[in-house]
Design a protein around this ligand. Structure first.
Ligand SMILES: [Zn+2]
Length: 327
């Protein structure tokens, strides 16, 4: 028995049927693609309408914010993880950013961090960073939380950085530290954090130990590692209280250039969504996921699940530069 058993014959040859099916298949695909394009345009129009009325904007940013500056990303093909995997012959490049690996192979981790320092300090802020500066100047930027360690926002006029104190009004919170600074690992040292000098950057790039000028203890680049046992030195835990308080005052929350492939970003997204619900602000605050890659929206939605019930989440399929410039 073959195919077509029991199928009434139309009297047409198989070739004619294929010829009929082919154009209609194309039409269906075209229709779906048009529907999708229309949905994107509708989402974009809705987003800009909400953004135009927003008085208090909270921005979370990831590597997509700095992409046009030419900086290496972590997870994308050819990014830091992939390069580290080949160069240091490890199972996964993410290991270079884990505390346990740093304890075993500190020299290799210091080399990578030294390179990140030079890559960042030879780059310029993107149009998206500049747009943040304008948002701040207009009084509409509530806070900018970034997972980036490049510190490019620091180069924008009028942008300030949160110091780690609960009441600090600094506008950018560097959730995972900043490659432009070093911290002394000796907790009793009065000189906890300072700018990394070019000489210190070169020493790290060679994998060398760098000593504190104050206490002669070891210093490290101020970059958060996975399971970092010294996380308090990089970004104090009080940051989560500051974040919760900010969520109460926001009417628009942007997630810019974040792939949601890493657990930290999903944790922040879940936390923000949870706080919005706990405070009964579902109707007062909208969130937008701004990323040219559609997968990021899927990752966020599937990662947060039922936490998003009743919340307004808009997908903005576009890059950071063009969206922030139009706010
Ligand atoms: Zn010290």
């Amino acid at each position: 028995m073959g195919r077509g058993v029991g199928t009434p014959s139309t009297g047409r040859s198989q070739g004619a049927e294929e010829a009929m099916a082919s154009p209609s298949g194309r039409t269906l695909r075209k229709r779906k693609s048009l529907d999708k394009d229309q949905r994107r345009l509708d989402d974009l129009a809705e987003f800009f309408q909400i953004a135009a009325e927003a008085k208090s904007v909270l921005v979370f940013s990831g590597s997509g914010m700095s992409a046009s500056a030419g900086l290496s990303t972590f997870t994308s093909p050819g990014g830091l993880y992939e390069r580290a995997k080949k160069r240091f012959k490890v199972k996964d490049g993410i290991m270079l950013f884990c505390d346990s690996f740093y304890r075993k192979r500190g020299k290799d981790v210091r080399k990578v961090m030294g390179e990140i320092f030079f890559e960042a300090t030879s780059s310029c802020p993107t149009l998206a960073h500049e747009a943040l500066g304008r948002l701040e100047a207009s009084g509409r930027l509530l806070r900018h939380y970034t997972m980036n360690v490049d510190g490019l926002h620091r180069l924008v006029d009028g942008m300030t950085t949160w110091s780690g104190r609960r009441d600090c009004p600094g506008k950018t919170v560097e959730l995972h530290g900043c490659c432009r600074e070093i911290v002394c690992t000796n907790e009793s040292c009065p000189k906890q954090a300072s700018d990394m000098t070019v000489e210190q950057g070169k020493a790290f790039r060679r994998g060398l130990d760098v000593l504190c000028e104050g206490c002669k203890g070891a210093v490290r680049p101020k970059i958060m590692l996975y399971d970092d046992s010294q996380s308090e030195l990089i970004t104090p835990d009080v940051v989560m209280e500051v974040m919760d308080a900010d969520i109460l005052g926001a009417d628009l929350i942007l997630w810019v250039g974040i792939s949601f492939q890493q657990s930290a970003s999903l944790e922040y997204f879940r936390n923000v969504s949870r706080v919005i619900k706990e405070c009964g602000r579902e109707g007062d605050v909208a969130q937008a996921i701004v990323n040219p890659c559609e997968e990021s929206h899927f990752n966020a939605i599937s990662g947060a699940g039922a936490l998003l019930d009743d919340l307004k989440i808009i997908q903005v399929v576009s890059n950071a530069n063009s969206v922030l410039a139009d706010l």
